[in-house]
Ligand binder design. Structure first.
Ligand code: ADP
Ligand code: MG
Length: 463
């Protein structure tokens, strides 16, 4: 039955959302017309209820019928029994209520079973991915400081002077790998410690949700209880003042108690525009270590490790060819290896330099596909069912202004055009109008769920 529900869901939302919000769900049981699904956290459950309730209703109608009902079971982690997540039956959130605009009702029992302090029970899992370890992280000059500082922190969390530990570097150079490895190491060697890994985006979303649901104090309490906080990609906190205030609060609290804080960023702290000075100054209390692009030998070693892990043998000259050709980014390097293996098994050809050349050629072409401002304008106009001429027009109608701002936002994000020439494309608007549009959409993404979804959807068209 759940499979049938998923089919409806899959057709209705972008794949990225599906992957995030529906793939982690496990069907548990079906009794009569009530299906129970297990979700990973309270937060997850609330998100589904806030964003997908109508869709779920539609899916239930299709899979079970109008009187189908959905029950959630939320994985609750109690803190002292961290390794045995308890499953708690919480909610019957969706009941059919024909004729109502919002066709569901919250079960009143939810409120008796779930006191306002849900987050207190530390229900989130650690979000650690056991595939990232120090063992499978190849050391080279490019990453030696970051790796060894990370390892020191993993062995003595909160005790070294590397608190906070801040690791920065370009995308695909192993930031997430290292900090996850630290988390896993601590998790394995200090099982009594509560380790939490969170991306800054997720942190921000949780914060916004907590604001909305009046659960801010549970949110901060929750974070203040961890022993090791890993927060990935802090550059995303840029410009998000309220989120930063709360993070500042949490940071101070944890630091004072000698808890370990680990952060990553795609640039050095001094270049983190849009982050409050008081936060930046605290980042400097500990150690900042950078990751550089790997040198040739490190790249070869990374490829070999990867092949060994996959149990695949490739000639050294192919390995070297790939290592020579892809020099900036480990993720790319892995991508090439994976498509090489896929190609070889599809075409039943041997992996030789010839095949490697072809594979690389395809990949490079795909990457350089630029998004032009014309594509952006056409796509956005299409999406909102207006014309490109409308986007360029002087119209101040709401139905035009908002799409126009969205298009400007994407032009700024996805092209290298200077603001002035973006202005020219949009019917000769001046550069302050362009800045204003970008700012207002950036803010709306933070505060307005429907704007966030629109932008997310459009993004998926551009990919
Ligand atoms: P970032 O977070 O900096 O964008 P990731 O940590 O996601 O980068 O790394 C991208 C990919 O490259 C991951 O699959 C990671 O395991 C791999 N990787 C990066 N550096 C190394 C390394 N030194 N040794 C082995 N694998 C690495
Ligand atoms: Mg990362």
């Amino acid at each position: 039955v759940w499979e049938r529900c998923l089919r409806v869901v899959k057709e209705s939302i972008p794949y990225a959302s599906y992957e995030t919000w529906f793939e982690p769900i496990r069907p548990v049981k079906l009794i009569g017309k009530v299906i129970t699904i297990q979700v990973p956290s309270q937060f997850f459950f609330e998100w589904l209820e806030d964003n997908y309730v109508n869709l779920l209703r539609k899916a239930l109608d299709y899979a079970i019928g109008k009187d189908g009902m959905l029950e959630y079971s939320i994985i609750v982690d109690t803190g002292n029994e961290r390794h045995k997540p308890l499953t708690m039956n919480v909610t019957k959130a969706i009941t059919p209520a024909p004729g109502k605009r919002d066709n569901f009702e919250r079960d009143p029992r939810r409120h008796t079973q779930q006191p306002a302090k849900d987050l207190d029970s530390l229900q989130l899992d650690t979000y650690l991915n056991p595939n990232y370890s120090f063992d499978n992280f190849i050391e080279g000059d490019c990453n030696r400081l970051a790796r060894s500082a990370g390892f020191a922190v993993a062995q003595r969390p909160g005790v070294t002077s590397f608190n906070p530990l801040m690791i920065y570097g370009d995308v695909g150079l192993g930031k997430t790998h290292i900090v996850q490895a630290i988390g896993n190491y601590i998790n394995n060697h200090f099982p009594e410690k509560v380790v939490l890994y969170v991306s800054s985006e997720k942190f921000t979303n949780q914060f916004i949700n907590a604001l909305k649901n009046n659960t801010l104090s549970s949110f901060t309490d929750f974070y203040m209880k961890v022993d090791v906080l890993v927060i990935d990609d802090v550059q995303f906190l840029s410009g998000k003042e309220k989120t930063q205030d709360t993070f500042f609060h949490i940071f101070n609290h944890l630091h004072q108690l000698g808890k370990q804080i680990i952060m990553t960023s795609d640039r050095p702290p001094r270049e983190l525009d849009g982050l409050q000075d008081r936060l930046l100054s605290r980042f400097k209390w500990g150690l900042t270590a950078d990751l550089q692009a790997p040198d040739l030998e490190t790249r070869i070693a990374i490829i070999q490790k990867k092949l060994q892990h996959e149990g695949v043998f490739i000639d050294n000259d192919v390995i070297e060819y790939v290592a020579y050709s892809v020099s900036t980014n480990v993720r790319e390097l892995e991508g090439v290896i994976i498509s090489l293996m896929a190609q070889a098994s599809l075409t039943r050809k041997e992996i030789d330099v010839e095949l490697a050349k072809n594979t690389l050629r395809n990949i490079v072409i795909e990457q350089s596909r630029e998004i032009s401002i014309d594509t952006i304008m056409e796509t956005v106009a299409d999406y909102f069912k207006i014309s490109v001429a409308d986007l360029k027009s002087k119209s101040r109608k709401k139905e035009i202004v908002y799409p126009r701002q969205v298009a400007v936002y994407f032009a700024k994000e996805y092209t290298d055009l200077p603001l002035k020439s973006i202005g020219v494309h949009f019917g000769g608007r001046d550069h302050s109008t362009i800045i204003h549009s970008v700012q207002s959409i950036t803010e709306l993404i933070e505060t307005d769920r429907s704007v966030e979804e629109t932008v997310h959807k459009l993004k998926s068209y551009f990919r």
